[in-house]
Design a protein around this ligand. Structure first.
Ligand code: 13P
Length: 252
């Protein structure tokens, strides 16, 4: 099964609307002829509409960085899936470790968010990953099993392949300390095996990304791993030259 790699830039909480528009204006011509990968940017809520408008008709995917599972209601400060699809957003990052760590995002909440995103027509990117302590204590697989099983629990088996998973070891995020190819491949293959426990066929379709200090210098090696179907890129996605170099590295 050949899976089209996805290279997604997670801009996190960075930039004004004007800066977002400038960034995509520089990015679009650089990826106009890319056929080997899907390319996306995960944009702060305030800049989503502007980025959707300025990328219409292009091949750049536009993703949000979070959403609530309910379509509407008394949830002050939250944004729902239909609010994102109303402005033609394509997908949404769910369960990023920064949301788990700083904003109390739970596996239980993700269990509702992932199917809600799919039902609304958004592509979910479900993030999973262990802390440094968990890795040192040999708890990596237990942590990943819990996060993947809970996050996908309410997704119908025949739709599992539509969920993008991102393995992001927390100790590698924003630290410059990248997982070794062996560590990354082991974890990515383990995540795919967890999807295969529900459906072997869908697990072959699942795109599983690596995230955590992916840079132009290490991207090719990581993206060539048998179970690596792309990258979720933080810091390096804010620099167009670096981001484009990572897109190129997905060519293999
Ligand atoms: P860095 O690439 O800055 O390590 O961030 C990774 C990440 O959190 C992407 O979601």
């Amino acid at each position: 099964m050949s899976r089209t790699p996805l290279i997604a830039g997670n801009w996190k909480m960075n930039g004004t609307i004007e800066e977002a528009e400038e960034r995509v204006a520089s990015l679009l011509p650089r990826i106009a002829t890319v056929e080997h990968a899907d390319v996306a940017v995960c944009v702060p809520f305030t800049a989503l509409q502007a980025v959707v408008d300025s990328t219409r008709g292009s091949q750049l995917g536009v993703y949000a960085q979070n959403m609530h599972h309910e379509p509407s209601g008394a949830f002050t400060g939250e944004v729902s899936a239909p609010m994102l699809t109303e402005i033609d957003v394509h997908g949404v990052v769910l369960g990023h470790s920064e949301r788990r760590q700083f904003f109390g995002e739970t596996d239980k909440a993700l269990q509702l968010k992932v199917p809600a995103a799919l039902e609304a027509g958004l592509i979910p990117i479900l993030c999973v990953g262990e802390t440094e302590d968990e890795r040192e204590n040999g708890d990596t697989e237990r942590r990943l099993r819990h996060q993947v099983q809970e996050g996908l629990e309410k997704v119908p088996a025949e739709r599992l392949g539509e969920v993008v998973l991102a393995y992001e070891p927390i100790w590698a995020i924003g630290t410059g300390q990248v997982a070794t190819p062996e560590q990354a491949q082991d974890a990515l293959a383990f995540v795919r095996a967890l999807v295969a426990d529900r459906s072997k066929e869908e697990a072959e379709k699942s795109r599983i990304l690596y995230g955590g200090s992916m840079k132009p210098g290490n991207a090719a090696e990581l993206l060539a791993l048998p179970d690596c179907d792309g990258g979720l890129i933080g810091g390096a996605s804010l620099d167009i030259e670096d981001f484009v170099a990572i897109v190129e590295a997905a060519k293999g």
